[in-house]
Write a protein that binds this ligand. Structure first.
Ligand code: TXA
Ligand code: MG
Length: 352
C-alpha cells in the first residue's frame, strides 16, 4: 500500500499521565477512541497505535496511518482475562493456562475469532490475536475507554518498532491526533505470538516470554520455520507479518558471527567513513569506527530493551552501514533479539 503523505495534516499532541488511576486524565484519549480515532499508547513491549477493535473506521485509520498492508492482522488488547470471551469462539484450557502464567504481560495468543471481531482486524483470517498488556497506562486506557483496542506497533510500516514516545512522533507526526507518553518501554521487543488454532501450539514470533517458559506450561510447542529463516518465494505463511520487510533502519545492517577479536579485525578492515558498529556493553576496545552499545551480552532482556533504539539511532547519525555483534545463538532466550536482528539485516550474516 503506498503511504499517503499526511505530514502536518493534523497536530499530533503529546500528553503525560500524572496519576495512573485517575480516569479524568484519560478522557481525551478515551473520547478520541470512542469516536473511531487512533491514539499512540505505551505498552511494556513497544508503543502501540490503538483504535476501537469493533470499529472498521478506526481499524482503517490504523492501517492508513502506518502505511500497513491490509492483510497483516492486528492484535486486540484487553485489560482483564474475562474480556477475551467477547473476542473468541471458545477459550481452550491451554489459553487459560497461558493467561494464568503470563497475563498481564508480553504474550499474544491466537484463537478462532468470534463474529463480533471484524475481518478488517484479522486481515480476513478466521483467527484473532489477543493480548493483555501489563503496562498500567495501556490497561487503564482500555478500561476507561471501555473498548478492546486493536493496536499494532506505532511505527511506520517497515521501520523498527518505537520504544519511546519520541520514536512514535518521529514516524507518525501529523498522521495521528494524540500520543500518550509513558517513557521508555521496558521489554523493547514486541510480544511473543503463539497460535493455539493449530493442533500443536506454534510459536509464530519470539518475544520475552521465551520458548522455554511456554514449553514449561504447555509441553510440546512447535516453532514456525519463518522465525529464523527467510521465506522461500511463494511460501505460505502462518503469520502474515512474517512476509514483510521489518525493523529496518535506512543503514545496511550486517550481522557478524564470531568472537569480539574477529569482529574488531573484520570491521576495522571493511569500513569507510559512514560505517558504524553495534556491540555489547563494555566492548569497543581497539575498534576504529563509531559504535553503539545495545546491551549486556549476558542478559537477553537488556539486549531487547536497547535493540530498536540502537537501530533508530543509526538513522539519526546518518549511518550507511552497520556491523552488528551476533547474540549467542545457542542460548534460546536470545531468540527474540536474533529474530529481529536477522530481519533488520535482511538475513545478511557473515561468519568471521
Ligand atoms: O508487543 C506487541 O505485540 C505490540 C504491542 C503494541 O502490543 N504489537 C505488535 O503488533 O507488535 P504488530 O501488529 O506490529 O504485530 C502483530 C503480529 C504481526 O506479525 C501479525 O502478522 C501477527 O502478529 N498476527 C496478528 N494476528 C494474527 C493472526 N490472526 N494469525 C497470525 N498472525 C497474526
Ligand atoms: Mg509491528
Amino acid at each position: 500500500m503506498p503511504v499517503p503523505d499526511y505530514t502536518n495534516c493534523m497536530d499530533t499532541k503529546l500528553i503525560k499521565i500524572k496519576n495512573i488511576n485517575d480516569k479524568t486524565e484519560y478522557e481525551e484519549a478515551a473520547s478520541l477512541l470512542r469516536d473511531g480515532q487512533v491514539v499512540g499508547m505505551p505498552t511494556e513491549t513497544v508503543y502501540g497505535l490503538a483504535g476501537n477493535a469493533y470499529s472498521e473506521d478506526a481499524v482503517k485509520r490504523i492501517f492508513e496511518a502506518k502505511g500497513r498492508p491490509s492483510d497483516n492482522p492486528l492484535i486486540v488488547h484487553i485489560s482483564e482475562f474475562s474480556d477475551i470471551y467477547d473476542l473468541v469462539k471458545e477459550v481452550p484450557e491451554k489459553a487459560k493456562l497461558l493467561a494464568d502464567k503470563f497475563w498481564p504481560g508480553p504474550l499474544t495468543v491466537i484463537l478462532k475469532k468470534s463474529d463480533k471481531v471484524p475481518f478488517a482486524v484479522t486481515g480476513g483470517l478466521d483467527t484473532v490475536a489477543v493480548r493483555c498488556p501489563s503496562h498500567p497506562i495501556a490497561r487503564s486506557l482500555i478500561k476507561f475507554s471501555g473498548l478492546p483496542l486493536a493496536a499494532p506497533s506505532a511505527n511506520l510500516s517497515g521501520m523498527p518498532s518505537p520504544t519511546t514516545a519520541q520514536h512514535v512522533l518521529s514516524d507518525l507526526n501529523g498522521r495521528i491526533p494524540l500520543i500518550i507518553d509513558g517513557g521508555e518501554c521496558e521489554e523493547g521487543v514486541e510480544s511473543t505470538v503463539i497460535t493455539l488454532a493449530t493442533e500443536v501450539p506454534k510459536l509464530l514470533r519470539p518475544g520475552n516470554v521465551t520458548l522455554k517458559r511456554l514449553r514449561e506450561v504447555l509441553g510440546e510447542v512447535d516453532v514456525d520455520k519463518a522465525v529464523l529463516k527467510p521465506l522461500a518465494h511463494g511460501e505460505k505463511v502462518s503469520s502474515p507479518g512474517m512476509k514483510y520487510k521489518h525493523y529496518s533502519p535506512k543503514a545496511e545492517i550486517i550481522i557478524l558471527k564470531g568472537s569480539y577479536n574477529n569482529f574488531k579485525e573484520y570491521v576495522n578492515k571493511n569500513s569507510n567513513q559512514d560505517t558504524y558498529a553495534m556491540i555489547f556493553k563494555n566492548e569497543g576496545d581497539g575498534l576504529n569506527v563509531p559504535f553503539i552499545e545495545y546491551g549486556d551480552i549476558e542478559n537477553y532482556r537488556g539486549l531487547s530493551h536497547g535493540l530498536f533504539g540502537a537501530l533508530r539511532r543509526l538513522d539519526e547519525l546518518g549511518a550507511e552501514k552497520c556491523f552488528v555483534r551476533c547474540p549467542d545463538e545457542s542460548n534460546e532466550d536470545n531468540l527474540a533479539v536474533l529474530n529481529r536482528l536477522l530481519r533488520a539485516a535482511a538475513f545478511k550474516v557473515i561468519e568471521i
